[in-house]
Every structure is written in structure tokens, then in C-alpha cells.
Design a protein. Structure first.
Length: 157
């Protein structure tokens, strides 16, 4: 799967989050084609289909989903997710939820607090935070201690 020309963000997600957390790529399909509730063909970055369930993982890169996007494309992406939800697809936004958690804090937080919130291991939560630190969405506040604390970067929007 990693050698089929997937995008950089998808490969990084698979290497740093999915594989360490799950340990395999069973039931995971890249560029999965579906017909949405509006009868349009859509392509999911990753579809997770164990026992016929409908799990969707979209890798939202800053360039393709925020910085360089035109208004019509933004609306289309919103409709894509809305239509897929109507067709009972479940979105799996672990990083988005971690960022929402960080931004909702009025204070610094630890890996253990995030792990408890996400119901994930400290190891997986640490990997998610490392990625958010690399993308400058979260910063390390106290790196001198063994147990670091983090805070979300102020959102300009």
C-alpha cells in the first residue's frame, strides 16, 4: 500500500499513526471510490471496512484543504462529508479531535490527559502530539521535565 503512489500526508499518517496504533493494514483501502448520497462519485483517502462497516479517513492537508482552495471547492468538500455521513460513513478524525481538545484547554495539558480524552495509549497520543508540534499547531511548553506539557497555538481564524 505504501508503494502505490499515495500522497505524503497519507503515507505519514499510515507510518506514524495507523500502523503503530493498529499494527496492520487489514481492511484499509486507499483511494476508495464511493457514490455519495447526492449520486456523485467520490474518492476517500482511506476507507476502513472491517465486517462491512464504513469508516472514512480523510487526510486534510493545509495546502489542498485551506490555503490554496477556491470557495466552490471548499463547499464541495463540505457537501462530500455531509453526503457521506447521510450514507452512514463514519469519519475517523483522531488528529482533529486532538487539536480540538488542545484548543479547548484554558491551560497546558499532558500526554496522559490527551490519551484519556481520546481513549488511546500514551504512546499513540504522543505520536499525534509530535505531528501537531511539527505542523506548528501545538507547542511544547515545558521540555525540561520528563513529562512535557503542551498548548495549542492561537488560531488566527
Amino acid at each position: 500500500m505504501l508503494e502505490k503512489g499515495l500522497g505524503h500526508g497519507t503515507i505519514e499518517f499510515l507510518k506514524t499513526i495507523w500502523y503503530p496504533a493498529v499494527g496492520n493494514f487489514n481492511h484499509l483501502f486507499p483511494e476508495w471510490e464511493v457514490r455519495d448520497f447526492g449520486n456523485r462519485y467520490r474518492y476517500l483517502d482511506l476507507a476502513y471496512r472491517p465486517s462491512g462497516s464504513k469508516g472514512c479517513i480523510e487526510i486534510h492537508g493545509y495546502r489542498s484543504h485551506a490555503r490554496d482552495i477556491e470557495a466552490w471547492r471548499f463547499k464541495d468538500l463540505c457537501m462530500k462529508q455531509a453526503y457521506l455521513c447521510l450514507d452512514e460513513w463514519m469519519f475517523l478524525p483522531i488528529e482533529d479531535e486532538a487539536l480540538r481538545f488542545a484548543r479547548g484547554r484554558m491551560r497546558t495539558f499532558t500526554v496522559a490527559e490527551l490519551a484519556e480524552h481520546l481513549n488511546r495509549s500514551n504512546r499513540q497520543s504522543r505520536r499525534i502530539l509530535e505531528k501537531l508540534v511539527q505542523s506548528h499547531e501545538v507547542v511544547v511548553v515545558d521540555s525540561k521535565m520528563r513529562y512535557r506539557t503542551f498548548v495549542a497555538v492561537a488560531n488566527d481564524l
